[in-house]
Design a protein around this ligand. Sequence first.
Ligand code: GDP
Ligand code: MG
Length: 242
Amino acid sequence: MKQIQNVLAIIPTYNERENIHYVVERVLATDPRVAILVVDDSSPDGTGKLVEEIANDNPRVDMITRAGKLGLGTAYVAGFKYALERGYDAVIEIDADLSHNPDDIPRLIKYAKDAHFVVGSRYVSGVNVVNWPLRRLLLSYGASVYSRAVTGMPYRDLTAGFGLIRREVLEALDLDRIRSNGYSFQIEVKFKAWKRGFTITECPIIFTERTQGKSKMSKRIVYEAILMVWKLRFSSMLGLSK
Ligand SMILES: Nc1nc2c(ncn2[C@@H]2O[C@H](COP(=O)(O)OP(=O)(O)O)[C@@H](O)[C@H]2O)c(=O)[nH]1
Ligand SMILES: [Mg+2]
């Protein structure tokens, strides 16, 4: 596959003031080919202001500010469109809270030699999650098992939010038809890439629960995901969308 010359790390943020500086610095340090786009939903804690200051001093950092908390899925769609417009070979999805270790980025890029989509996976061999309460671990692991059963996707970590996606995949996805608002976005994008026949591979990573700030996981996000996998299965069975 084509060698990756430049890659855009997309960091969605909502109230990540304590983390943003550190994550940006660590991501930039991994590889000179990596640039950063923060998609901030007008965080009330002033995350955007901090990013603005960083971006002013650094041409490798940019930001999209949205009017309010519009959800993780649409934040990534905005980032994907930005990456396509500016000619990036690939994007990296990474959380702001350092649950995803920026030092894994070079491995994601390496795995992308043979794959269109590299999933930073917690569940390739056992469970590699540090500091999650059992309840949260069961929710995440259960969501992967359930989504695999309903959709037939042969991967272990279907809700993973860390990974690398090549440009070809973004071009093939109908970005305006992505329906998930919340974290089911991660399942939907994997499903659509898989249905289109792209090579997806899982790269083992260790996920560590945040030490700063708060999780934005909610019941609504869980319900959306439970319904979404059935929507994906049926619309694909009926040939409504791939
Ligand atoms: N722009 C934007 N970012 C969000 C939204 N919800 C969550 N995030 C970000 O998505 C990432 C993952 O969220 P987090 O709350 O850590 O979820 P958890 O790790 O599943 O508990 C973090 O960087 C959040 O700041 C949202 O509605 N809009
Ligand atoms: Mg988190």
